[in-house]
Design a protein around this ligand. Structure first.
Ligand code: TXA
Ligand code: MG
Length: 365
């Protein structure tokens, strides 16, 4: 455990036209080995110069992250790939062209310039070009590739607002660039290209369906076992402090089970938080006046982008209200539904109660 060592400076920055002097101030902190939290299109990242081993170690210290969990490297453009990857297979080029800038992380052979701290000793490096004007301006101004995991304490819910970063890392990061909420709300898709068939190790902002369309072939989902541990692969991750129980939706049976569980908990005197779709409100028909019940509406079940965008903030809000138990439901497995289900499952790991017949799947991502 390292003690908090400094004051965190929060700098507001405009999303569409990042102020050059603000960006330059943050870039200078990065160049001199400091930590800058910055918005990407997915979540806020905790950035450091990816080519500076000491700076990268500070990321791990600040997050309380175990050293054997690799960090993603962010570039301003695919033209910079040669700085971090030894070799770029044709399939990676094709994917980069289709999805960058955007929420897709490609695992590529690590170039010698990338310290082993970044890749946790692995021979592959995760790389992406984020689709956010502030992130791109910052990386360009820094002039170096930027290593950045999500800007939360290890294992905790990822930050989609600068306030979330401060709640977890105040005093542990030099600068926080505040550009408001991040547009995707779930992290990038991590794609392994190291063996024959491309495999999604972590579902995210780019869907499996979209990858398959560009590649013209099936894409595997989930880790095959073998080497290369990933923190996003841990069964319990992205977690709030309250207990989270998950109901596999969308189905009438799941909602009925959720309702019965909420009523039982309320009868016991528990404070209950519900994480649901707008459409669920009527279907659940729960007693509206119970003050121990808080309902967090993520959005319409027909707009998974909206659900994803609000997911982590919703979890944090229910946590802040000190719910004893959070009840949530999944949104199917298609498109963004897969990433949403993955994060909810990890947030609920070992504590969940699943309605229906599907057994828990710890390695589903
Ligand atoms: O959207 C995102 O990816 C955000 C923003 C800030 O870019 N970053 C993020 O980083 O979510 P992090 O560190 O919280 O998650 C990175 C994931 C982990 O599951 C990690 O194991 C995996 O990517 N990863 C990174 N490099 C890897 C490698 N060389 N081999 C296997 N997995 C890797
Ligand atoms: Mg993370």
């Amino acid at each position: 455990m390292i003690p908090p060592v400094k004051r965190t400076v929060v700098l507001a920055v405009t999303v569409d036209r990042p102020e050059p002097e603000v960006i330059e101030r943050a870039a200078e902190v990065l160049r001199s080995g400091g930590l800058v939290a910055f918005p990407t299109e997915t979540v806020y990242g905790l950035g450091a110069n990816a080519l500076d081993a000491a700076a990268v170690r500070r990321i791990f210290e600040a997050k309380g992250r175990p050293a054997d969990d690799p960090v993603i490297v962010h570039l301003a453009s695919a033209d910079e790939l040669g700085r971090v990857a030894r070799r770029v297979p044709a399939v990676a080029r094709r994917l980069a062209e289709a999805f960058w800038p955007g929420p897709l992380t490609l695992l590529l052979p690590r170039a010698a310039a990338v310290p082993l701290e970044v890749t946790a000793g692995l021979d592959t490096v995760g790389v992406r070009v984020p689709d956010h004007p502030v992130a791109l301006a910052l990386i360009s101004a820094a002039g170096v590739p930027i290593a950045a995991p999500s800007a939360n304490r290890f294992g905790h819910t990822s930050p989609t607002l600068a306030e979330h970063v401060l709640a977890d890392l105040e005093g542990r990061v030099d600068v926080v660039l505040d550009a408001g909420p991040t547009p995707y709300g779930v992290e990038s898709t991590v794609l392994d290209l190291s063996s024959g068939r491309p495999r999604v190790l972590r579902p995210g902002g780019v869907s499996v369906e979209a990858l398959e369309q560009v590649l013209g072939r099936r894409v595997g989902v989930g880790r095959r076992g073998g080497p290369g541990r990933s923190p996003g692969m841990l069964a319990r991750h992205y977690a709030p402090s309250a207990r989270l129980e998950l109901f596999e939706g969308p189905s009438e049976a799941a909602l009925a089970a959720m309702r019965a569980r909420a009523e039982a908990l309320l009868r016991q005197g528990s404070r209950v938080g519900l994480l649901v779709a707008r459409e669920d409100l009527e279907r659940l028909g729960l007693a509206e006046h119970d003050r121990r019940l808080t309902v967090e509406v993520l959005g319409s079940e027909r707009d998974l982008a909206e659900v994803a965008r609000r997911l982590y903030a919703g979890l944090r809000r229910l946590d802040a209200l000190q719910a004893d138990v959070i009840l949530a439901r999944t949104f199917g497995r298609e498109e963004l539904g897969l990433a949403i289900a993955d994060r909810l499952r990890r947030a609920a790991a070992r504590r969940r109660r699943v309605a229906g017949t599907r057994p828990p799947q710890a390695e589903s991502a």
